[in-house]
Structure formats: structure tokens, C-alpha cells
Design a binder for this molecule. Structure first.
Ligand SMILES: [Zn+2]
Length: 183
């Protein structure tokens, strides 16, 4: 049931195709049928089914801690728009997000890294090219505000704003499975 052994996870990967043998994978391309990309959190409570996905090939999903617009999620968005024919962008944060980190929380995480790797915090910041813990973890307080900010950054991005891309922001409530439209 509950496994932390990677060999158990690897077994699941190996049997996946047998479970879904009926699906015509060969006909699929990387272009999502819904012409839509979701930028959401890596949180394990959010699975692709919550977005209404039933089959592979329907929706492109970009995930990171907090559903944030970072250089890497922007890179993925640009690929989705310019190479995968995506016309709609949905940003979906969620309640009880681990990305809601106070400055103190972020410092504690740096401390954990420090203890487990025997690196003083200055080394960690240098390795990550960051000034401080806020720059490493990009913690935020309010999910709705964060989604609004992300949507605004996407809408106003000079490489996205000239295009006719529909953008909307949502919060997924992990307590009850409901979506709240923010903007
Ligand atoms: Zn989260």
C-alpha cells in the first residue's frame, strides 16, 4: 500500500502499459487536444484527473512548487504556445500549499539542507545563485494573490501579450476538490 521503496514504484511504471493496453498511444502527438496548458503545483493531491483529463494527449501540465512563473515554467509555457499550439493558459494554485512559506519557514528549510549536506548557508546560496532563502524558495502568503500575480505577469509578458491567448486563474481546494475562479 504505502511504499517508499523505489523498486515498488518502478514496478508500477513497468506494468502501466499493460493496465492501459487499449489506449492508442501510437496516434498521439505531444500537441494537447484541448489546446490548453495548466500551470499548477507539484502537490500530490492534484492529479491530472482533477482537470477533467481522462486520457493521455488531452492536456499539457506544467508543475512546480507553488504553481509559480519562474524562468523554467516560462520556458515551458513558451514551448507550449509556440510549439504545441496551445491557445489557453490556466494557472491553478491550491489551498494548503507548501509554497506558502514564511521567511522563518524558508530559513528552517535552508537549515535542514545545511545540516544534511554539511554546507553552511552561504555555500548553499552560492551553489543556488541566490541571495537569501526567499530567493531560493519564492515563498508566498496568500494563494489567491499569488495566482493573480502570476496571471498578471503572464498577460503582460512581452512574448505572450501580443498573442491571442486566453488566460485564467484558479484555486483548487484540496479539502473538498472544488475549483474557485480567481481571475
Ligand atoms: Zn502546492
Amino acid at each position: 500500500m504505502f511504499s517508499t521503496d523505489i523498486s515498488e514504484i518502478e514496478k508500477k511504471l513497468k506494468t502501466w502499459k499493460n493496465v492501459k493496453f487499449y489506449f492508442p498511444y501510437k496516434e498521439l502527438t505531444g500537441i494537447p487536444k484541448w489546446q490548453t496548458v495548466v500551470l499548477t503545483c507539484m502537490d500530490c493531491r492534484i492529479i491530472s484527473n482533477v482537470f477533467g483529463v481522462d486520457d493521455p494527449g488531452e492536456l499539457t501540465i506544467i508543475r512546480n512548487a507553488g504553481a509559480l512563473l519562474t524562468p523554467d515554467s516560462l520556458r515551458s509555457l513558451l514551448i507550449a504556445i509556440y510549439e504545441l499550439q496551445v491557445r489557453n493558459i490556466i494557472v491553478c494554485g491550491h489551498t494548503n500549499c507548501g509554497g506558502q512559506m514564511t521567511k522563518e519557514r524558508m530559513n528552517i528549510t535552508i537549515q535542514k539542507i545545511s545540516e544534511r549536506t554539511n554546507n553552511p548557508p552561504e555555500n548553499i546560496f552560492q551553489i543556488l545563485g541566490a541571495r537569501d532563502s526567499s530567493q531560493v524558495f519564492l515563498g508566498f502568503n496568500d494563494v489567491s494573490q499569488q495566482v493573480t500575480k502570476t496571471i498578471s505577469s503572464i498577460k503582460n509578458h512581452p512574448l505572450i501579450s501580443p498573442l491571442n491567448i486566453a488566460v485564467s486563474g484558479w484555486v483548487y481546494e484540496t479539502e473538498n476538490g472544488e475549483f474557485i475562479k480567481i481571475c
